[in-house]
Ligand binder design. Structure first.
Ligand code: AMP
Ligand code: FE
Ligand code: FE
Ligand code: ZN
Length: 288
């Protein structure tokens, strides 16, 4: 049995590992396939794909889109096998990044009102790519000495209940699924525990709604999912005829406790999840 990782971030969004290095790391930890799923961008795909080809690792282009969802939950939609040359996808990522930039300006203002001497330039300098998010704020705030670490930056200021938090313009989950399909990809709901449903019945209802919109898969293995959650989500996937996916949600030094290719308790992600996605992609007419 070989193993894969279908949820990873690079410096193109809020990870700290450049796309090429991410693939080298995948080789080191003996993964046979990997998907790059940066937030709101495909800017890292070309480099990662090139390195994967050179090192003989199977590569799946991906994306992770933050969707509208009531607080304190979050809903992230993964897109697998999206065509990086698709113009609809490019327009969508441009819009999402513009929404982030607007939000980021507001967060800088809020932090400054609270005595944190941050500037948009400092936040931008903490990022390598165009997608600038809260982890870059956290990095800049640690560097300024305004907080002692990432955790404190999120608990006081940046978390969804934090004093500097501002919502960004987001797609509805339905629209995200449609956009992913329009770009030739498959849509998978990321880390469903972060929906923060109160019970299994509510979780089932949400998955049903998404399945009716055309959801293709559920991320059953993730760094936030203990054994019982993996089982519950796998059962839900089977009940609704959805595929299963899994990944670490690797962010490099931005989330140092997460290792590439390893989810909760060191659990690995079976190759069969990747094969099933590829099989489904090969049967769908592109663009859908
Ligand atoms: P954004 O997309 O700009 O709203 O930022 C969300 C990202 O911040 C997530 O994808 C995580 O990578 C990171 N994040 C969220 N909460 C925390 C936390 N408590 N500690 C560290 N990173 C976090
Ligand atoms: Fe992230
Ligand atoms: Fe996520
Ligand atoms: Zn992620």
């Amino acid at each position: 049995m070989t193993y894969v990782d279908l949820h990873c971030h690079s410096t193109a969004s809020d990870g700290t590992t450049p796309p090429r290095e991410l693939i080298r790391l995948a080789k080191q930890v003996e993964l046979s396939a990997i998907a790059l799923t940066d937030h709101d961008t495909i800017a890292g795909i070309a480099e990662a794909a090139d390195e994967a080809k050179q090192l003989g690792i199977d590569f799946l282009p991906g994306i992770e889109i933050s969707c509208e969802y009531p607080r304190p939950g979050t809903l992230h939609m993964l897109g697998y096998g999206v065509d990086p040359t698709n113009t609809t996808l490019a327009t969508m990522t441009d819009t999402l990044i513009a929404g982030r930039n607007e939000r980021n300006e507001k967060m800088v203002a809020k932090l400054r009102e609270q005595g944190v001497p941050i500037t948009i330039e400092l936040v931008r300098a903490a990022a390598k790519g165009d997608v600038i998010g809260r982890p870059h704020f956290a990095r800049a705030m640690v560097d300024l000495g305004a907080v002692k670490d990432y955790a404190q930056a999120f608990s006081i200021y940046l978390g969804s209940g934090g004093s500097a938090y501002v919502d960004k313009e987001q797609l509805s989950p339905r629209r995200a699924i449609e956009m992913i399909h329009a770009a030739g990809g498959l849509a998978a709901i990321a880390h469903p525990t972060q929906l923060r449903k109160e019970n299994s019945a509510q979780l089932r209802q949400e998955i049903k709604t998404l399945a009716d919109y055309g959801l293709d898969a559920i991320e059953v293995i993730h760094s936030d999912h203990r054994e019982s959650v993996v089982e519950e989500l796998s059962d839900l996937a089977d009940d609704f005829g959805l595929l299963k996916t899994g990944g670490s949600d690797f962010h490099g030094g931005a989330k140092p406790h997460i290792k590439l290719g390893r989810a909760n308790d060191g659990r690995r992600i079976p190759r069969k999840y990747y094969d099933a996605l590829l099989e489904r992609l090969s049967r769908s007419v592109k663009p859908r």
